[in-house]
Design a protein around this ligand. Structure first.
Ligand code: 5GP
Ligand code: MN
Length: 329
């Protein structure tokens, strides 16, 4: 039983995926606050930095970043009795070095995640691919352990942040009655949801809004003969527009909202690689598209991938395979 197992652990490390989003960060912090409420020594270790729009969450200042602090992170991973893998299901999603450290530690490994096709890299797993977010699973984990009364404001805010950000503000089909029951319970426990929405969505920098305007005005286009809208952004453009981490989050959804469009791509040059975000409506499986062509994955209607062929070649490859993909549908 996981309950008995957990009781025995003193030192626990909580990890989430690279380029952490609201669900990864919210779930990790919520779980760490819960473990601390149970008297454990617990720390969040992420591969790389969080986006600024999540900077207000309680506990952010104590997060360790493997990229910045590899030695201390590796030491804590080694010394841990238990290690959580949150919001990812394959060690590839934390980068090579952090993945290796996790693989090599003797810590008991526990996965809590909602992505398809979890890999066999843990000792215990709570995987529900129908769940709207890992945050929902964190709540259900605490519920199963009979500890709902330990939920304090910091835990609540982390869970709510994950729920809101991964469900498109409770809009996606993955949202269930249970999701709203969880929110109702958090509200009964004193959660200030309006403050969270404001912190998450109403604090844009002028640079970010100018970047959004540029992308919508100059870069958004619909490809001929297939219902696909794209936005491409080169390194040079990002330099001029002073792009920062997190600024382009959600941009792909504008492309998907174009009338008649069924799939959207946001492609961004990022150092030596080109990152792509895919979104779709209905039955178009962008996770299959992404894993077939861009060593990526995700969910049916939201996935991501990567290409190492340089900006121009990546754009060329993307457009070629998009037409190929739509032939097969
Ligand atoms: P986003 O476009 O917001 O970065 O990612 C959308 C979804 O795709 C998320 O659920 C994320 O976990 C998944 N995803 C994004 N990038 C990758 C990737 O490179 N590999 C895999 N396997 N999944 C990804
Ligand atoms: Mn998630």
């Amino acid at each position: 039983m996981i309950k008995e197992k957990l009781e025995k652990f003193d030192k626990i490390v909580v990890t989430a995926h690279q380029s952490p989003d609201g669900d990864a960060v919210g779930s990790s912090l919520a779980l760490v606050h819960y473990l601390k409420a149970k008297g454990k020594e617990a720390v969040v270790i992420l591969p790389d930095a969080i986006p600024p729009f999540l900077g207000w969450l309680d506990g952010v200042a104590d997060i360790l970043y493997f990229e910045k602090d590899a030695a201390l992170s590796t030491q804590l991973i080694n010394e841990a009795d238990g290690l959580f893998i949150l919001d990812y299901n394959d060690l590839k999603r934390v980068g090579e070095k952090m993945g290796k450290a996790i693989e090599e530690t003797d810590a008991y490994k526990m996965m809590i995640d909602h992505h398809l096709h979890p890999t066999d890299c843990v000792d215990w797993m709570l995987s529900d691919t129908n769940s709207c977010s890992t945050a929902q699973l964190i709540y259900e984990f605490i519920e199963d352990l009979g500890d709902l009364d330990l939920i304090n404001n910091s835990i609540s805010e982390g869970i709510y942040t994950g729920l809101v950000t991964d469900s498109g503000s409770f809009r996606f089909p993955s949202v269930k009655a249970k999701t709203h029951l969880i929110v109702a319970d958090l509200l009964n426990r004193g959660l200030n949801h309006a403050k969270i929405h404001e912190s998450l969505f109403d604090v844009n920098s002028l640079d970010k809004l100018h970047l959004l305007g540029y992308c919508l005005n100059e870069k958004l286009k619909v490809l001929p003969n297939i219902p696909v809208a794209v936005i491409y952004l080169s390194s040079a453009e990002q330099l001029v527009l002073k792009n920062k981490k997190g600024y382009t989050e959600g941009l792909v959804n504008f492309a998907l909202s174009v009338e008649g469009v069924e799939m959207a791509v946001f492609l961004r040059e990022d150092d030596k690689k080109v990152k792509m975000s895919f979104r779709s409506k209905g039955d178009i499986p962008v996770n299959e598209f992404s894993s077939k062509y861009f060593s990526g994955g995700g969910h049916k209607n939201a996935a991501g991938g990567v290409c190492f062929d340089g900006y121009e070649k990546s754009v060329e490859k993307l457009e070629t395979v998009l037409y190929e993909f739509f032939e097969t549908l």
